[in-house]
Structure formats: structure tokens, C-alpha cells
Design a protein around this ligand. Structure first.
Ligand SMILES: C[S@@+](CC[C@H](N)C(=O)[O-])C[C@H]1O[C@@H](n2cnc3c(N)ncnc32)[C@H](O)[C@@H]1O
Length: 254
């Protein structure tokens, strides 16, 4: 692992929850709730969608890594002739399958952790992976497998900093836990460059209102449901969740 990738891994490991706090969590704090990831009926016109459509041109196949409910790949409906959706959560793939079926998009699903299931997923004209990089500690094998799976190019969308960094103040309030600085888009781009990939980087602001639901934040903070009113009060005094996003695009063979 190169020195920049090692720095990314260290920053990501810093987001871990100390075992003593995790042991008291009444529900798994990091598991994603599929209900938050239902794709909109009309896809948002974002730089990531435009980048995917440009790569697809008149049409082509898509592989979505960490697909969730399929927000990234189903935004390409019409140009995508077939979608392969990968996720490590079976309930996400169930949601994706229902959404793809409703839209009449031909698809298959691949359950498992990327890049472990890369061979099973195979190749596609365009590979998309939105809001997954901040979940990854060892970035080089993840990114290298994305590139290897793409015949035309890769589109990655990510928030400018770790999506949970806006809660760092609440970790201090409720647990006295001081978090190290979060990984950022710049850190991810530096890892790509270390791998010999020169991505095109487009920064923009997300329009979708970010989730700030007290029940969800209570679970994230490993607190029992009866602490929700305290969390709601602390959230009211917390600056709004940032919306800065970036689209990273690179060509196959990079
Ligand atoms: C924040 S959600 C984003 C979902 C979707 N891409 C979107 O933009 O709405 C992250 C998703 O990536 C999945 N995930 C995280 N790491 C993964 C990995 N290494 N392999 C496969 N799926 C992964 C999670 O289960 C979750 O469904």
C-alpha cells in the first residue's frame, strides 16, 4: 500500500467506534436502512447522472457497486440496456430488484463485499459507485477492481467529507469521544493519483435534503431510543449537515 492510501486507511479507521461504546449499542449503528435509499421516480439531474449518460451514449450495460436501492444506476434508465447491482446487504438488493422491476430495467444482483465478488459481477460498459468510498478502508483494491470491471469508464460520487463527520460534536457531547479529522474527496483523489488514475473531478452541491432524523442519529450514536429527545435537542444546536458532493470520472484502462 502506498503512503497516501495508508493515510486514507488511517483516517477511515479513526471513524471506528471504540469497542466499549459499541458493546452497549442497542442496535447495529452502521447498518444502512434501505428505506432511506429508495430511488426517486424522476432521477435528479446531477453531474454524476450526466457523466454516466455521456459514457453510455446510445446505450450500454451498467454495474453499480454498493448499489443500495439503485439510485445511481436507475437514474440511467433508458440508456442502460442491462444493470448488474452489487451490495453487501441483501435487503438493499431486494429494494433495488423491486425498483428495477417497476421500471422494466433488465437486471441481475450480486450479493457480497466488493471487491471480493468482482469476478462474479463481471464487466460492464459503465461502472458506477455512489456514496460507497467513505465506507471503505483499503481503497486501492476497491478502486482497481472498479476500473478493471469497466469497458468504457467509471463514475464515482461522494460527499466532500465522511458522511458522519457532521456528528463529531455529538460524539463529544454524549460519549466524550473526540474524533480524528475525516477523510475528504481530496484524500480519495490523492489515492487515485497514487494508483496512476487521473480522475476528472466535478464539485457540486446536493439538492436532496440530507437525513437529520433524531431516531436515526440516536442509533448511529449507539444510544438507546429513550435518549432521542436529548439527541433531538443537541441536533437543533448542530450546524446543518453539509451537502458538498463530488463526481469523479475516469476512463477504462486508466
Ligand atoms: C450510503 S449507501 C449508498 C447507496 C447508493 N449507491 C446510493 O447512492 O444511494 C452505501 C451502500 O454501499 C454498500 N456497501 C458498502 N461497502 C460495500 C462493499 N465493500 N461492497 C458492497 N457494498 C458495499 C452498503 O451496504 C450500502 O448499501
Amino acid at each position: 500500500m502506498g503512503s497516501v492510501a495508508r493515510r486514507w486507511a488511517e483516517l477511515q479507521e479513526g471513524r471506528g467506534i471504540p469497542p466499549g461504546i459499541l458493546a452497549q449499542a442497542p442496535a447495529p449503528p452502521w447498518e444502512h436502512d434501505p428505506s432511506y435509499f429508495t430511488p426517486p421516480a424522476v432521477p435528479a439531474d446531477t453531474p454524476s447522472r450526466r457523466a454516466g449518460l455521456a459514457l453510455l451514449g446510445a446505450g450500454g450495460t451498467v454495474l453499480d457497486v454498493g448499489a443500495g436501492g439503485g439510485d445511481a444506476c436507475l437514474a440511467l434508465t433508458g440508456a442502460a440496456t442491462h444493470v448488474t447491482a452489487n451490495d453487501r446487504q441483501a435487503d438493499m438488493l431486494e429494494l433495488f430488484a423491486a425498483e428495477a422491476t417497476a421500471r422494466g430495467v433488465p437486471f441481475r444482483t450480486v450479493l457480497g463485499r466488493w471487491p471480493d465478488v468482482a469476478e462474479q459481477a463481471g464487466t460492464a460498459d459503465v461502472v458506477v459507485s455512489h456514496h460507497v468510498l467513505h465506507n471503505v478502508v483499503d481503497l486501492p483494491p476497491f478502486v482497481t477492481a472498479l476500473t478493471a470491471a469497466a469497458r468504457r469508464g467509471v463514475v464515482v460520487e461522494m460527499l466532500d467529507e465522511h458522511p458522519m463527520a457532521w456528528l463529531d460534536g455529538l460524539w463529544v457531547t454524549f460519549h466524550g469521544l473526540h474524533r480524528p479529522p475525516p477523510a475528504t474527496t481530496d484524500d480519495a483523489v490523492a489515492v487515485l493519483r497514487e494508483l496512476g488514475i487521473a480522475p476528472r473531478v466535478r464539485r457540486w452541491e446536493r439538492r436532496t435534503p440530507p437525513k437529520q432524523d433524531p431516531a436515526w442519529v440516536t442509533r448511529r450514536l449507539c444510544l438507546p431510543p429513550d435518549r432521542e429527545p436529548d439527541v433531538a435537542a443537541a441536533l437543533a444546536a448542530t450546524p446543518p449537515r453539509p451537502r458538498h458532493a463530488a463526481t469523479l470520472t475516469w476512463d477504462a484502462g486508466s
